[in-house]
Design a protein. Structure first.
Length: 217
């Protein structure tokens, strides 16, 4: 009696579940080893599938990597959409969005690593630029909506564009994860305790809000 191949086992599983599992493990592999260092056979072993099955779903290694990268950006955009910011005042909404960005990037280090890897490759694997922009367009639309509400209500100064504001939020939150290893090696772990991380998030919120809020008498 012959054994059941991994391809046969995979076909008996829900195809969407198989694809989701491949993407999850591929995210860890690409984030941990980079594009060049990642191995499809390792992903196949960890997902109990085969290289042939992975290529059936994703075409080749580059397409799999691109899907991993896009999926990581979709996750943060979906998280932002669930914040229900429309029902908060502009200043509360902006603080909530900043806090979410800080926490998401702190907890999702694979997202941070993948972003760094693709920047090292000068965006060589982004594929369809229009599609990548479509995935991320809601980020600017969300910031724009909050900011314009704040300006209209006289809460925020009219001094910055939504893209620049999104850049400031992203950059201030990104460093916390992207440079943790080298920062800790140089200066110790003080800023990465739970207590100080909470303070840092609040300080980032205060710093960004100081750029936006109108002074009151």
């Amino acid at each position: 009696m012959t054994g059941i191949t991994s391809d046969a086992r995979s076909k008996k599983r829900n195809p969407e579940a198989v694809k989701a599992d491949i993407l999850r493990i591929a995210t860890e592999e690409f984030a941990g080893s980079g594009y060049a260092g990642a191995r499809v056979n390792v992903i196949a072993e960890r997902t109990n599938t085969s290289k042939r099955m992975i290529y059936y779903y994703f075409g080749d290694k580059e397409n799999l990597y691109r899907e991993v990268l896009e999926n990581s950006y979709r996750a943060i955009r979906i998280g932002e959409s669930l914040l229900d910011l429309e029902h908060l005042s502009p200043d509360e909404a902006m603080r909530t969005l900043i806090a979410f960005t800080f926490e998401h990037q702190k907890k999702n280090t694979d997202f941070v690593r993948l972003t760094m890897i693709e920047n090292i490759h000068n965006g060589a694997h982004l594929g369809d630029e229009d599609e990548f922009r479509r995935i991320n367009a809601p980020a600017i639309e969300r910031v724009e909506s909050i900011y314009h509400r704040g300006v209209a209500e006289g809460v925020f100064k009219s001094r910055i564009t939504p893209v620049r504001l999104h850049w400031i939020i992203s950059s201030m939150c990104f460093f916390n994860s992207s440079n943790r290893v080298t920062f800790s090696a140089a200066f110790g772990e003080e800023v990465f305790t739970d207590e100080v991380q909470k303070l840092l998030c609040e300080e980032i919120q205060d710093a960004i809000m100081s750029l936006l809020l109108r002074k009151t008498d």
